[in-house]
Write a protein of this length. Sequence first.
Length: 354
Amino acid sequence: MKIATIVGARPQFIKAATVSRVLRKTDGLHEVLIHTGQHYDANMSEIFFKELQIPEPDYNLEVGSGPHGKQTGLMLDRIEQLLLKEQPDWVLTYGDTNSTVAGSLAATKLHIPTAHVEAGLRSFNRRMPEEINRIATDHVSDLLFAPTQTAMELLKREGLADRARFTGDVMFDSILHYKQMVTEAHRPQSLGDLQDYYLATIHRPENTDDPQRLKNIFMAFSELNKAVVIPLHPRTQKLIKKGGVPLGENVKIVEPVSYLQMIYLLKHCSMVLTDSGGLQKEAYFMGKMCVTLRDETEWIETLENGWNVIVGADREKIVQATQGRKAGRQTEAFGDGRAAEKIVEIIKNEEIHR
């Protein structure tokens, strides 16, 4: 059985690495790895394939960045050509990027069965491009691999229960696997001798493209009682300079880090402040409290017992959320760390019944 895996962005490289590791050691399965080129510079792409021990992509579409419509359209065209050439039995997509929806649509229009990893997530904010991508992908896919029971329930509400399968979260699998590989060698050199710090990431357009929200967030960072380490995407760095956003002396901006370096930073930080969906979960998996710089979250399970709190871009709330917090017991909402094995088993068995 031939499975075409379509990825294009950093979070998908991490998720695909976990599933590909199982796929490639399973008899009777052959994977064709397609990289759309959505993330294309060395720090955001190449290093992840090397570090996570993902085989080199069979194809790189080199789409690059651009407006959503143009980028998605280019992906649709190039993915369709490849699928016609490769004729896979299944197409596997991940997450909620333009690569996800383009891969799913191209496969569906060619009547190739599609499976979506990380299905059923909803922020209920349709201004987010990711929300549109999730909904569209779930509704055209044949198999929906849900990371949590909440996701299963949301799929049921949308009439998709017959396609939904609870597997747990592949990101939990990933953390369990890769955190064993992290050593002091993965400490970013730019960190210097800094020991006590908060870890922050900011990349969502709702924050980066709104000058006032961006200023509010960084003004809050400047008031915190510890250093704030921020691995920052080049695009956000440009927007900070363009908007004249003030940076406090305690704010330490570093270049984008590799996945193992990020796990190192997570392991040694005091708390996480982020607008990333993935990092909210990774903080939870690593036993770190999180402050979410958004007005909603798809990962409501992380809110239980005080592990995560939503503050948006409110300066006061951001500062308050770092002070005097305690978290309670964690749940097992994200599965047992065997999501990848369950996904591969389901796909293999589903083909038998076709």
